[in-house]
Design a protein around this ligand. Structure first.
Ligand code: ZN
Length: 260
């Protein structure tokens, strides 16, 4: 069995941002990246103990250089850096499942901790085929195009609600209760690790029971920007989206991997 773990940093235990800014400007950043490392390690150990031969940990938050690689289980392979050709670097059709660690709820989520979709500064929301989507659904669809299901998610309670709506039957761990953009009551980080180890291990034994997530192709991707110039640029650029209102651009494409 082969797996990949996508690792973001907002959704881990004991992480919040700072007022008016993202996690990257928060005094909490160094703890968040340390905890993201430990949560990824716990998930990887669970997968290996369930029989995995390969686990790729994909460091995917801002600039993709966040984790303490020395602290990951040494059986892991690690995808770092930017400008890969596709999301899920190193993953192909031979993989059996993907996991989300530290992911967060989408834009437009009340009380989701640092809820956003790719950029809280750039976008108000993204929709695929009229349905609002976040990073989890988009990354799941990219994996789904290779026939790979999402088997395990750890996030705040709002992220877990979202995951269960998109990926019925997925194994989950709630790391914290979101009470605002920068407000949470978190599980103790060590307790979250134990649950993540057990949840990931269990999920590897259930891969037959969960279907890959996909969108119906071709897709309409609608992006509502925060700034009017960004919408203007997107409608005039090489991708030539269709401007449906001053802030909103719709792109028609064969599949999600044309954009992401
Ligand atoms: Zn992030």
């Amino acid at each position: 069995m082969k797996f990949s773990i996508g690792v973001d940093c907002e959704g881990v235990a004991c992480a919040v941002g700072s007022p008016g800014a993202s996690l990257n400007e928060s005094r909490n950043l160094s703890f968040a990246t340390k905890q993201a490392t430990r949560e990824a390690d716990a998930a990887a150990r669970g997968l290996f103990d369930a029989g995995a031969e390969q686990v790729i940990v994909w460091d995917s938050h801002n600039g993709s250089l966040n984790l303490d690689y020395d602290e990951l289980d040494e059986r892991c392979d690690i995808a770092i850096g930017v400008d890969f050709e596709t999301r899920w670097p190193g993953v192909d059709e031979s993989f059996d499942g993907v996991c989300f660690i530290g992911y967060h709820a989408m834009d437009n989520t009340v009380n989701g901790v640092m809820a956003h979709t790719f950029s809280s500064a750039a976008y108000q929301y993204m929709k695929v085929n009229e349905r609002e989507v976040g990073e989890m659904a988009i990354d799941a669809a990219v994996a789904g195009q290779m026939g790979i299901p999402v088997i395990f998610v750890a996030s705040d309670d709002k992220g877990i609600t979202e995951a269960c709506e998109f990926f019925p039957g997925v194994e989950t761990v709630t790391t914290k209760q979101g009470m605002g953009w920068n407000a949470a009551v978190s599980k103790h980080p060590a307790r979250a690790l134990k649950e993540i180890y057990e949840g990931a291990k269990r999920s590897a034994s259930q891969i037959q029971q969960i279907s890959p997530f996909s969108f119906d192709n071709p897709i309409d991707l609608e992006i509502r920007y925060k700034r009017i110039e960004a919408a203007q640029a997107a409608s005039r650029g090489s991708s030539r989206g269709n401007r449906t209102d001053p802030y909103t651009v719709k792109f028609h494409m064969n599949s999600i991997t044309e954009y992401f």
